[in-house]
Design a protein around this ligand. Structure first.
Ligand code: SAM
Length: 345
């Protein structure tokens, strides 16, 4: 019996005798993982083309119920050729033999996907609204809907800048919950030559650090137009923001998932992304209420707030938030996802 066979037998014995533990880990899962390692060592000793290995992993993702199996295999193999998508890799390259050292590299990436790690964390980067961002767990991965929020905010800022005219003071924008920096950095990338100033805050130090790293990678840290700060909105430390206030625009994609929906999240999200980036409390409104409270004294008279919200929220805002005039906008999936708040007169 070889080493892998011996390990399988020992693990089965442990799992079978500790039934409770067996239920948590599942014998099949362990066998699956061992099969992958057996596959890796088999393939190390044989010649394989990129295409053959791609097909193996694509089928493996299907049989293991991995979400978006084709995209998952596609992104990983495209990454081997420094391409963004598999359609950009010439078929002739896929028919080449894979060098041995690359086989274990690609297998390691695919095993991460089998463990439900999102593709953005596996690749360590992702494109968002024209900028390439470094991705690191557990910092929230920017979603395609949020690119639509950025479009709305960009339009709003450009409109304000036109009305702002020749004023010397910059238009000031605050982002609450910057995560990887997706919203602020993509906006600033598009507004490099405009008279704007951004302050981006986050409650977690790893998000602040990643936003700062991304600002450096995009050469946006050199501008005197950006501050990234470790501040939690809704607690006493928000006072630290007062020296930057008042703001003309506040933007946020806050944690907004109501408690009852948290249990429905796929493993990809619940196992890897920060809970503080997702869970918005009982109705998903905890951080949103904190933002609106802060905005009461940190927003200019004609200032406004752009928020990404849960689809259940826009009707609540219209009926129970009398201090604000609220307009709602749909996302590409036809859900009311974005709200624009202005102070009621
Ligand atoms: C849904 S993520 C959005 C991240 C990023 N803006 C994006 O769209 O990709 C929410 C972010 O808000 C941060 N956060 C949660 N509660 C916060 C609070 N009270 N004050 C500041 N940031 C907060 C989380 O750490 C997380 O990075």
């Amino acid at each position: 019996m070889n080493n892998v066979g011996r390990m399988t037998t020992i693990l089965k014995q442990i799992l079978n005798s500790y039934k409770l533990l067996g239920e948590c880990l599942s014998v099949t899962r362990v066998e699956n993982m061992l099969q992958i390692h057996r596959f890796s060592s088999d393939i190390r000793n044989s010649s394989q083309t990129y295409n053959e290995l791609y097909k193996y992993w694509y089928n493996r993702f299907i049989s293991d119920d991995i979400l978006e199996p084709e995209e998952s295999a596609g992104y990983i193999f495209a990454h081997l050729f420094n391409k963004k998508t598999i359609s950009l890799v010439p078929q002739s390259c896929m028919n080449n033999l894979i060098p041995h050292e690359k086989i274990s590299y690609v297998n390691d990436l695919c095993v991460k996907r089998l463990k439900r790690m999102p593709i953005q964390y596996i690749l360590g980067e992702w494109d968002f609204f024209g900028v390439n961002l470094k991705m690191k767990p557990p910092v929230f991965i920017p979603r395609p809907e949020t690119e639509e929020l950025v479009k709305h905010v960009l339009q709003c800022i450009k409109c304000r800048l036109n009305n702002h005219g020749s004023k010397n003071s910059p238009l000031k924008i605050l982002e609450i919950g910057c995560g990887s920096g997706a919203i602020t950095l993509s906006l600033l990338h598009n507004l490099k030559h405009e008279n704007v100033k951004f302050v981006a805050i986050d409650a977690t130090s790893h998000a602040v650090q990643l936003s700062k790293e991304n600002s450096k990678l995009l050469n946006l840290d050199m501008l005197t137009k950006l501050q990234i700060l470790h501040i939690e909105c809704g607690v006493a430390k928000s006072i630290l923001l007062e020296k930057f206030a008042p703001f003309d625009i506040i933007v946020s994609n806050p944690p907004y998932i109501p408690t009852s929906d948290m249990k429905n999240l796929p493993d990809e999200i619940s196992m890897y992304e920060d809970n503080i980036a997702l869970h918005g409390g009982n109705k998903g409104l905890d951080v949103i209420d904190g933002i609106l409270e802060l905005a009461k004294h940190m927003l200019t008279k004609n200032g406004s707030i752009w928020l990404e919200v849960d689809s259940s929220h826009s009707s609540i805002f219209r009926t129970s938030y009398a201090d604000w005039m609220v307009e709602s906008y749909k996302d590409l999936f036809d859900n009311f996802r974005f709200c624009h708040f202005r102070k009621s007169i």
